[in-house]
Design a protein around this ligand. Structure first.
Ligand code: SF4
Length: 513
């Protein structure tokens, strides 16, 4: 009996559950490049090239092992351009009676897989994705037991269960669970950053780049220079490069931003992790080892491991726990269209211009750029969460819906009513001034709170608190902010509201091409 082992673009791990017990004599591994997925949102060309090239390299590696691989390219004239259509064709080609697939990274695709059984009258086995530390069932049990579940308690549980950064008797390494307070230093002026490891495209990647240029070259995003790793071996080199050159300083400056410095001490490996080229267990183990060998301080090792072991697993758990309703939440009733500058970079606000421009060039930006610049602006301006989520899903090479949606809708936009985070990450220009050098080259004055030339983040911040008092006024973590708001002189508040109205009305909405 022939079994098709269907791999998606985020399943590129040799240890993926759908390849376990593979029988090379009878089984066929199927990988497909389908326009239905590449065009579901206008994905950044660099992201599409990365995933297609990584898929082609992974398929070639399996074939070298003697495994039968069926690979359907995007420009194959017979390609039906959908997962379901390609499965149907492959079943006929191979006379297959059974399909094995690992859990996908998107609720919509999971529904599609579940429908295969009825549509094709075929045995479909959907296997748990065991690459994560926490299964969706274990997360659901933990979530349901807690009256107010929060990331910090989940993270501690994960530390205890895995033993990562733990000393004897359940003690956290370094005597504390969390060194976040030591991870917020402002940007340094006199440090040279090496940046992530850059891999020269090989022949396969160059062919994919030409294909993507032909099909999607007019989209938002620069395809070249293309420097991503597309194999597990090169991704492992990129991880080692990060541990040697950047992790020692990552902790101190993980929230800092500098003009012209896209990565500072960030790893830029999330696209490898989310595609499966790196495994979270290996990544955390290597960071811990570097700390145990004295090459990395504890605030760096802990800050990095918290992102992978804590935050990444937590948002995945929430995604699968709360979907499909989660994608439709709009707790603050935000209805504004996404401003055009998210796709063009044409804005006089230097911080947004810098982050959008970097996103266009690299298909990556780090978490504070995403949360406190593009996310914070969308929150303050009341942009519709679905439009913001579509942008984040499209423009970042590491964006798979399970990780993108909770981070954008929940953390950046607080549209889930506080399910994921206890308060909105709303901030005035003062935060961006403290954590970056963007304000120095901006035409707006970050010290001015309102009036001509004032930084828009400043008046929009107070305007946001006024507009959302009903939803947020009772939040204990915003008590001080509302107390300050209530002390503002009436005339000042009136001016803030008028500046906000004029600014928001002047925003050019994005119109879908
Ligand atoms: Fe951004 Fe305001 Fe600073 Fe300009 S002044 S870079 S808009 S925070």
């Amino acid at each position: 009996m022939t079994t098709i082992r269907y791999l998606f673009a985020d399943h590129l791990s040799r240890s993926i559950a759908s390849l376990a017990d593979l029988d090379p004599a009878h089984d066929v591994v199927l990988l497909t490049e389908v326009a239905g997925e590449a065009e579901a949102v206008p994905h950044h060309p660099k992201k599409v090239a990365f995933l297609f090239s990584a898929m082609r390299h992974f398929a070639a590696g399996l074939a070298e092992e003697g495994i039968r691989v069926d690979y359907v390219k995007l420009d194959d004239p017979a390609n039906t351009q959908s997962f379901t259509g390609e499965l149907r064709r492959a079943m006929r080609r191979h006379g297959a009676e059974r399909v094995v697939v690992a859990e996908p990274g998107e609720w919509r695709v999971l529904q599609e897989l579940r429908a295969w059984r009825e549509r094709h009258d075929v045995a479909v086995e959907i296997r748990e994705d065991e690459r994560f530390f926490c299964t969706t069932n274990d997360f659901a049990r933990w979530w349901q037991k807690r009256r107010q579940p929060r990331m910090e308690s989940f993270y501690r549980l994960m530390r205890e269960q895995t033993g990562l950064l733990m000393e004897g008797e359940g003690e956290p390494a370094g005597g504390r669970w969390n060194f976040d307070k030591e991870n917020r230093k402002p940007p340094p002026r006199d440090v040279e950053f090496t940046g992530p490891l850059r891999i020269e495209p090989d022949r396969v990647t160059s062919e994919v780049i030409a294909l993507v240029e032909r099909c999607y070259g007019k989209r938002f995003g620069d395809l070249e220079p293309f420097w991503f790793a597309v194999t597990a071996a090169d991704a492992a080199q990129a991880l080692e490069h990060f541990i040697e050159t950047a992790l020692p300083r990552f902790g101190d400056w993980q929230d800092a931003m500098l003009e012209g410095e896209s990565f500072l001490c960030h790893a830029a490996i999330s696209q490898y992790l989310n595609a499966g080229l790196l495994l979270p267990r290996d990544v955390c183990a290597r960071a811990e080892q570097a700390w145990r060998e004295g090459r990395v301080p504890i605030n760096s090792a802990e800050g990095f491991i918290r992102q992978v072991l804590g935050w990444r697993e937590y948002v995945r758990g929430i995604y699968w726990q709360e979907m499909p309703g989660y994608a439709r939440l709009n707790g603050l009733g935000a209805r504004r269209r996404l401003p055009d500058f998210y796709w063009t970079g044409r804005t006089e606000m230097a911080c947004l211009r810098e982050v959008v421009d970097q996103t266009r060039r690299e298909a990556l930006s780090h978490h504070i750029q995403r949360l406190m610049v593009t996310g914070n602006f969308a929150l303050l301006a009341g942009v519709d969460p679905q439009e913001v989520c579509e942008w984040y899903l499209a423009v970042y090479a590491d964006a798979v819906e399970w990780v993108e949606l909770p981070n954008t809708l929940g953390m950046a936009l607080h549209a889930d009513g506080g399910l994921l985070g206890s308060k909105p990450y709303a901030a005035s220009g003062a935060y961006i001034r403290r954590m970056s050098d963007f304000c120095a080259s901006c035409r707006f004055d970050v010290r001015r709170k309102n009036g001509p030339g004032a930084c828009p983040f400043n008046y929009l911040y107070w305007n946001f608190l006024v507009e959302n008092r009903k939803a947020l006024g009772g939040n204990p973590r915003l008590r001080n902010a509302y107390a300050t708001l209530d002390r503002l002189p009436k005339e000042r508040l009136k001016a803030i509201r008028a500046d906000s109205r004029a600014f928001l009305e002047g925003l050019e909405p994005w119109s879908r091409p």
